[in-house]
Design a protein around this ligand. Sequence first.
Ligand code: HEC
Length: 127
Amino acid sequence: MNILRKSFITLAVVVCAALLMTSTSNKAVSADEELNIKQIMKQAFKGDLVRKVGTDKATAEEKQQLLEMSKVMAGMKPPQGSSESWSEKTNALIAAVEASIQGKPEASTLLKKTTNCAACHKVHKPK
Ligand code: HEC
């Protein structure tokens, strides 16, 4: 991952976090939140960040980026599915990334489970 891309991700995380802090329950904001989950999906999940962290090839900085993105996601409302299921999945994801940051042996198993694309999309991604 080159430096430009890295700084773009950092910027995206900062923007997401800022949006999150100012977010209330109005409709315009929920449209932004959906856009931001998509953004994170493209950056971290479809990109190589999740794969790198999952195979323990990520740098400490990259792991931190994924952690921040997971936290941003946890604070968002999923476009589909219950918020209970969403917080369960995103909090499990946060715990898995934290385990990886701490170098725990169970991290890769946890990451495999919590970054499972189909398992989350089936419940939370609109068709
Ligand atoms: C914790 C839940 C979760 C996990 C895990 C997850 N996704 Fe997603 N993903 C979503 C949600 C929710 C959406 C729908 C976002 C929306 O429509 O606003 C989505 C949408 C997407 C999209 C469409 C983005 C767009 O612009 O419409 C892509 C691509 C994607 N995910 C890739 C992946 C890949 C690849 C993985 C596995 C490595 C993955 N996702 C794992 C929740 C998840």
